[in-house]
Design a protein around this ligand. Structure first.
Ligand code: ATP
Ligand code: MG
Length: 254
């Protein structure tokens, strides 16, 4: 029975997708069966695994709006054990179309329930908003990972995010927990970075991952080749960091 982990932050460009793809890769490399759900119409997670779908190809939109079976939509990635439920641009329209539908917050959860026994982990890459797509992710997840960039304004929006998570816990999904805050894009040459690390730890005591993801060009380059860091630059520090994160996640939720 898969553990379902949402990767969420309403702030854009903090490393959600990079974390979803690379954490997924290392969990799979450690022998786990992983499904990556691309809940973002930008389809960065899908493209990062080398898939580019036209709007009329079955994708998450068709699952949420037309009720297509997840089995018909899920694709294998080039890594053994890592599957993807892909997205395409048309998913952007789902936000509006969902509004008028019954049980609109539970469309993703209901679909994932059908295939949950096939996987050890299901990772959901969320879009940079707190709209209905993200709410579907939060209603389906048991835990969330919140990536936070080690930069000025890192904490901006986190208060609202925590409030939203609390709201979802109280209304849609009582079991929802914060698994951890993940510090990303850490640059030791940036004097501010350590200050941000300390501040985030103060705000989320005991809930910040020991693993800190360094800023690394290879992490930004890999997706343009449709690869994860495991396939692109396995011996890099960045790869090592995502391997450590996967170990931490496995330890936290077996
Ligand atoms: P969005 O909110 O738009 O979905 P996101 O939170 O998913 O963004 P990413 O797409 O993972 O963020 O990262 C934003 C940009 O920063 C991308 O170009 C990505 O390749 C790059 N990036 C992510 N993590 C790192 C890192 N540790 N070092 C260097 N570049 C990174
Ligand atoms: Mg993203």
């Amino acid at each position: 029975m898969a553990r379902i982990i949402g990767i969420i932050n309403a702030k854009g460009g903090v490393g959600k997708t990079t974390t979803a793809n690379n954490l997924g890769a290392y969990l799979a490399a450690m022998g786990k069966y992983v499904l990556l759900v691309d809940l973002d119409p930008q389809a960065n997670a899908t493209a990062g695994l080398g898939l580019h779908l036209a709007d009329d190809h079955l994708n998450l939109y068709h699952l949420l709006i037309n009720g297509n079976e997840p089995g018909a939509i899920i694709r294998k990635s080039s890594l053994f054990g890592l599957d993807i439920l892909p997205s395409a641009e048309n998913l952007a329209g789902a936000t509006v179309e969902l509004v008028g539908m019954e049980e609109r917050e539970f469309k993703l959860k209901k679909a994932l329930d059908k295939i949950r026994t096939n996987y050890d982990y299901i990772l959901i890459d969320s879009p940079p908003s707190l709209g209905l797509l993200t709410v579907n992710g939060l209603a389906a997840a048991e835990e969330v990972i919140i990536p936070v960039q080690c930069e000025y304004y890192a904490l901006e929006g986190l208060g609202q995010l925590v409030k939203t998570i609390d709201l979802v816990r109280n209304s849609l999904n009582p079991q929802l927990k914060i698994l951890g805050v993940l510090l990303t894009m850490y640059d030791k040459r940036n004097k501010l970075a350590n200050q941000i690390v300390a501040e985030v730890k103060k705000n989320f005591p005991g809930r910040v991952f020991d693993t800190i993801i360094p800023r690394a060009v290879s992490l930004a380059e890999a997706p343009s080749f449709g690869k994860t860091i495991l396939q692109f630059d396995e011996s890099s520090k960045a790869a090592e960091a995502y391997r450590e994160l996967a170990e931490e996640v496995i330890k936290l939720i077996l």
